[in-house]
Write a protein that binds this ligand. Structure first.
Ligand code: SF4
Ligand code: SF4
Length: 334
């Protein structure tokens, strides 16, 4: 039987989302990278190694996700992966747009990388390329096929917005045919490029989300692929919790900023900064002050920067709470 479960935040596991550079060969419409806030430098390998060490020393039970920009543009990514492995990270993931620069697949072996995670934002070439750029669909698919043929495990991330929600239901057989092991549905965050194009109203409503996402997730899981998607909307009896208070997620940028909440990344609200390879707490006011606020709408940052997914009754009371963006539903594939 397939099990659907809400994956609550783990106090014991550390997840390190490590942006080793912000450069990218693509210009996706909803890219969340904000160079003014995150810098443009390419982290030297010695710095990457030192920072990896800092986070595993805080907690032996840690996972790392290498991100960019496009992390395969970093010529020393293979060395960073090997270092993470030797330091004892539980799992190592590389998020990529599929261009797989610097011949990365021949410089690491499948034992060292748990997942190459590909981003595709349309079930059709037309929709994906409208969002991610001409040619990116074919390149991503070719990248997935090549990665699997070399014995690596792959996942696929589909960021849902108003622009691609309608074709998500067609993707299941294609994921199976490609040989994808895990499927991550993401929800568009109004930050980076999406915040600049705020007038586009990319967020999907609660009704649209609930009508489509659980149904697609179930369909994909029936094909043996494990599916993870954000909860986004809480039902009346479901408790709200902010991951910033109860989990250990660190979003590291090449300028040394370390956030605990991804929705805060457009602002200088980071709770730590890495200076001279030392992790320092930043002075107030920072994101940790916001985590403490208790509001009827649930997530404070959601209300502040992307309130289009909220709805109120005639008395002005919110009809539901929006969950922490890190709260996920997972359906094991069988
Ligand atoms: S591939 Fe990723 S980093 Fe590059 S532009 Fe697209 S969303 Fe941004
Ligand atoms: S998304 Fe909202 S609830 Fe989650 S860590 Fe950020 S502020 Fe907290």
């Amino acid at each position: 039987m397939r099990m659907k479960k809400t994956v609550s935040f783990s106090k014991n596991t550390t997840n390190v989302f490590f942006h080793i550079l912000t450069n990218c060969n693509l210009k996706c419409e909803h890219c969340y990278i904000n160079k003014e806030q995150h810098g443009e430098n390419i982290l030297p390998i010695e710095t990457i190694e030192s920072w990896l060490k800092i986070f595993i020393e805080k907690n032996n039970d840690a996972n790392v996700i290498f991100l960019g920009g496009e992390p395969t543009l970093h010529p020393d990514l293979p060395r960073a992966i090997k270092k993470a492995k030797s330091l004892g990270y539980n799992s190592i993931t590389v998020d990529t747009n599929g261009y797989l620069f610097h011949n990365i697949l021949s410089k690491v072996d499948p034992d060292a990388v748990d997942y190459f995670s590909f981003s595709l934002d349309g079930a059709t070439r037309k929709t994906n390329d409208m969002i991610r750029g001409e040619g990116s669909y074919d390149k991503c698919i070719a990248g997935i096929r090549k990665t699997i043929s070399k014995g690596f495990t792959t996942s696929l991330i589909y960021t849902v917005s108003k622009k691609n929600l309608s074709e998500l239901h067609t993707i299941a057989p294609f994921l199976k045919e490609l040989g994808i092991t895990r499927f991550f549905i993401q929800v568009i965050g109004i930050r980076g490029q999406s915040a600049e194009n705020w007038h586009e109203k990319l967020q999907v409503s609660r009704k649209e989300w609930l009508k489509t996402i659980p149904f697609v997730a179930d369909k994909v899981a029936k094909l043996g692929i494990t599916v993870t998607y954000p909860k986004v909307f809480l039902n009346g009896d479901e408790p709200f919790a902010c991951a910033g208070l109860v989990a250990k997620n660190y979003f590291i940028f090449p300028n040394g900023r370390v956030y605990q909440c991804p929705i805060c990344e457009d602002f200088p609200l980071h709770s730590y900064s890495l200076e001279g390879n030392i992790l320092l707490k930043t002075p107030n006011i920072n994101e940790t002050d916001l985590f403490e606020l208790n509001i009827l709408e649930g997530c404070v940052m959601n209300k502040l920067i992307q309130p289009d997914n909220l709805s109120y009754d005639s008395q002005g009371k919110p009809k539901y709470k929006v969950a922490c963006c890190m709260l996920k539903e997972e359906i094991q594939g069988q």
